[in-house]
Design a protein around this ligand. Structure first.
Ligand SMILES: [Zn+2]
Length: 233
């Protein structure tokens, strides 16, 4: 059975997608049974919807927060957080917006698509707001509606965040991808960035996908069982 000794690596990156959270019961957005099958994103997750009906969009995101809070991080989340306590360079790069890694105790988390737990005013910056409901729907300084700090449909990705993720992945020597289809750019390019730097690349995903062949090893298991075994926990 494949096991990893973290001491053999200087920089470890975990790259996680929807599958990581789905194991905790967090509803996924895309695909069969996903949130975008029940709700029209045009009404809830784009700048136009927010400009038209900000309160409706904010209330929708509150529902997402509540459904995340009803779920708990799984053993895979905890293995990653625990590893970071005894290894100096462990970074999580995630496509998820639900903050599950942080709830498990991870500190170095690069969130490619923003977070359900932050809101922002274009003039007064981003603020953290945790809890079942938003503390305020409007900016305290200018009384404008606060916008969830999330990359919505039609939004540009945050180039600073993509740049940071690419730098971190470009210097890692162990790259472990978990529960991501790898189909969406620029995330689809990340395994190759790691590979080009000579990193050992491991995929953990019950299902293969079009990016699977780039990895040195493919573990066809759920992260909650695969990660504890991989790190001998
Ligand atoms: Zn403001």
């Amino acid at each position: 059975m494949l096991t990893i000794n973290p001491k053999d690596f200087k920089n470890i990156v975990f790259f996680t997608g929807a599958g990581m959270s789905a194991e905790s019961g967090v509803p996924t957005y895309r695909g069969r049974g996903g949130i975008w099958n029940q709700y029209r994103w045009e009404e809830f997750a784009c700048q136009e919807a927010f400009d038209r009906e900000p309160e409706k969009v904010l209330r929708f995101h509150e529902l997402r927060r509540q459904s995340v809070l009803s779920c708990e991080p799984h053993p895979g989340h905890f293995v990653i957080a625990k590893l970071a306590k005894k290894h100096p360079q462990v970074t999580v790069v995630t496509q998820n917006i639900d903050g599950m890694h942080q709830r498990a105790g991870s500190k170095d988390v690069v969130e490619l698509h923003g977070s359900l737990w932050r809101v922002g005013c274009q003039d007064h910056g981003i603020i953290e707001d945790i809890g079942q409901t938003y503390k305020s729907l409007k900016c305290e300084q200018c009384r404008r509606w606060l916008r969830p700090d999330i990359t919505w449909f039609g939004d540009m990705l945050d180039q600073d965040v993509i740049h940071e993720a690419t730098l971190i992945i470009g210097r890692c020597d162990l790259f472990i991808s978990i529960g991501t289809s790898g189909a969406v750019w620029p995330a689809a390019g990340f395994p190759k960035v790691a590979k080009d730097h000579g990193a050992r690349c491991i995929e953990i995903n019950p299902e293969p996908n079009e990016m699977s062949s780039i990895y040195d090893e493919n573990i066809r298991e759920a992260a909650g069982t695969a990660l504890p075994k991989l790190f001998g926990e």
